[in-house]
Design a protein around this ligand. Structure first.
Ligand code: AMP
Length: 416
C-alpha cells in the first residue's frame, strides 16, 4: 500500500519511527532532526483522523530497562513537534490497554523497544559458536515473533518510517509486518524519500557519476566500493582509507591509518577500476602531522613519501584541485565519509572544500547530490551546506547497505 493513497480515518496505526535522538546529561534532546524527519507521516495519520501509536528504540540498552534511555524523556519534544499531547506507555510489550483506549486524532508513544531483548532478537548470555547458542537463537526467534505479534495487536495498520534501522531485521522493523496484509502495511514518507534518493544514484544516475568515499576504514566500505565500480565514472577515495591503497601499491605512508589485511582487496579494486574504465582518483599529496592533535605542526608530503613518524591527516591543495575538477563536472554525486580528520579544526579544511564543491556542482551544474552515512552528514552540517545539496540521508548504516546493493529487511517486509 502507498501511504498517499491510504485514508487513516477510523484506523489505528502503529508507526516504527527512528527517535534515537541524542540527549545531554540531563536527558534533554540536543538535536531533534530525527523527530522532525518523521513528522510528515505522523501528521498525515493524525490529520486523516487516525489514532497514532509511535514506537522506536533509543541507544543500546541490550534488553534491559535503563532510565537514561527512556523515551519518556522525549515525550514533550514529540508533543511540541506534533502539536498534540502525546500519551506514554511505560512498557512497549504491555501497552494493550493504552492502545485500545486511543481515539482518532490522539497519539501514544511506546517506551524504548530495546528494553526487550526480543526487539533485536539476539540471544543473551550465550557465546556465539557454542551448541547452546543455536538453541538460544531458535528460542529467541520464537520470542521475537511473539513480541512482534503483540506490537501488531495494538493497531490495524503498520507503517515503517524508520530508515535508520531499515537494515535490521528486528521485531518492530520487519517481523511485525508479517501480521498485516498488503493493504494494511506501508512505508512512511521519510522512508520513501530516502529510497527515492538512493535510486536516483543507483538506478537512474545521470553521467558523469562521481562517488567520493572517505572515512577511516576500507573494511567498512569495501562492499560499497565494489558495488559502485559498476556504476560510477569517477571514484574518489580520500581520508584515512586512502592510505591502504597507497601502501598496497608500494607507497610509504609513515604512520598513517591503514589496514594491512585489506591491501589485497585494495589492489583488486584498483585492477577492477582499470578493467571497468572507472577513473579511480586517490590523493597525490597529504597534510601530515607527527601526532594526532589539533595543534600539531602540519607539513605536506607526496602521498607515496610520507616519512616515518608522520601521519596523513587531511587532503592537500593539490589533491583537492584534482577532485574539484571532477566534482564540478559531475551530474550525479554520492558522498560518504570525510577526507580528513574533520573533527580537528586544523585538519577540517579538505572536508569543508569537498562540501563546497558538492554544493557548487548541485547549484551550478544541476547535479543530483546525495550525502550520507554518519560522519559525512555531521561534516555537511558543520560547514552549513546541508540545504545546498540534493539530499542528506538520515540513515548511516542503512544507506551504506542500500548502496552496497543489499535488500533492506525493513523494506522487503513491507513489499512481500
Ligand atoms: P567513517 O566512520 O569510516 O566514515 O570514518 C569517519 C572518521 O574517519 C572520522 O572520524 C575522521 O576523523 C576519520 N578520518 C578521516 N580521515 C582520516 C585520516 N587521514 N586519519 C585518521 N582518521 C581519519
Amino acid at each position: 500500500m502507498n501511504i498517499n493513497d491510504f485514508n487513516f480515518a477510523g484506523h489505528k496505526a502503529i508507526v516504527r519511527v527512528d527517535f534515537n535522538v541524542p540527549l545531554d546529561e540531563n536527558g534533554h534532546v540536543t538535536d531533534d532532526t530525527r523527530i522532525r524527519g518523521a513528522l510528515p507521516t505522523l501528521k498525515k495519520i493524525l490529520s486523516d483522523g487516525g489514532a497514532l501509536i509511535m514506537m522506536s528504540h533509543m541507544g543500546k540498552p541490550k534488553g534491559k530497562v535503563n532510565a537514561k534511555l527512556s523515551l519518556g524523556q522525549i515525550v514533550k519534544n514529540v508533543s511540541d513537534a506534533l502539536g498534540v499531547p502525546v500519551k506514554f506507555a511505560k512498557d512497549a510489550g504491555n501497552a494493550g490497554e493504552e492502545a485500545a483506549a486511543l481515539k482518532g486524532g490522539e497519539a501514544l508513544l511506546l517506551e524504548n523497544l530495546r528494553f526487550h531483548a526480543e526487539e533485536e532478537g539476539k540471544p543473551v548470555g550465550v557465546e556465539k559458536g557454542t551448541p547452546e547458542y543455536d538453541k538460544a537463537k531458535a528460542e529467541m526467534a520464537d520470542r521475537q515473533k511473539e513480541f512482534a505479534k503483540k506490537l501488531a495487536s495494538y493497531a490495524d495498520v503498520y507503517v515503517n518510517d524508520a530508515f535508520g534501522t531499515a537494515h535490521r531485521k528486528h521485531a518492530s522493523t520487519a517481523v511485525i509486518a508479517d501480521y498485516f496484509d498488503k493493504d494494511h502495511k506501508m512505508l512512511g514518507f521519510l522512508m520513501e524519500k530516502e529510497l527515492h534518493a538512493i535510486n536516483s544514484v543507483l538506478k537512474n544516475a545521470q553521467h558523469p557519476f562521481t562517488a567520493i568515499i572517505g572515512g577511516s576504514k576500507v573494511s567498512s566500505k569495501l562492499g560499497v566500493i565494489k558495488n559502485l565500480l559498476d556504476k560510477v565514472d569517477n571514484l574518489i577515495i580520500g581520508g584515512g582509507m586512502g592510505y591502504t591503497f597507497i601502501k598496497a601499491q608500494g607507497g610509504k605512508i609513515g604512520m598513517s591509518l591503514h589496514e594491512d589485511d585489506l591491501m589485497p582487496e585494495a589492489l583488486n579494486v584498483i585492477k577492477a577500476a582499470k578493467e571497468k574504465g572507472v577513473n579511480l582518483c586517490l590523493s597525490v599529496a597529504t597534510v601530515c602531522a607527527q601526532e594526532f592533535s589539533n595543534d600539531a605542526p602540519r607539513k605536506v608530503f607526496p602521498i607515496t613519501q610520507i616519512p616515518d613518524g608522520w601521519e596523513g591527516m587531511d587532503a592537500s591543495e593539490e589533491s583537492l584541485a584534482n577532485w574539484k575538477k571532477i566534482i564540478l563536472a559531475s551530474k550525479t554525486i554520492l558522498w560518504n565519509g570525510p577526507v580528513g580528520v574533520f573533527e580537528l579544526e586544523n585538519f577540517a579544511h579538505g572536508t569543508g572544500e569537498i562540501a563546497k564543491y558538492v554544493a557548487q556542482a548541485t547549484k551550478e551544474n544541476g547535479a543530483f547530490s546525495l550525502v550520507g552515512g554518519g560522519d559525512s552528514v555531521a561534516a555537511i552540517n558543520k560547514f552549513g551546506l546541508a540545504d545546498q545539496v540534493s539530499y542528506v540521508s538520515t540513515g548511516g548504516g542503512a544507506m551504506l547497505e542500500a548502496i552496497e546493493g543489499k535488500v533492506l529487511p525493513g523494506v522487503a517486509a513491507i513489499e512481500k
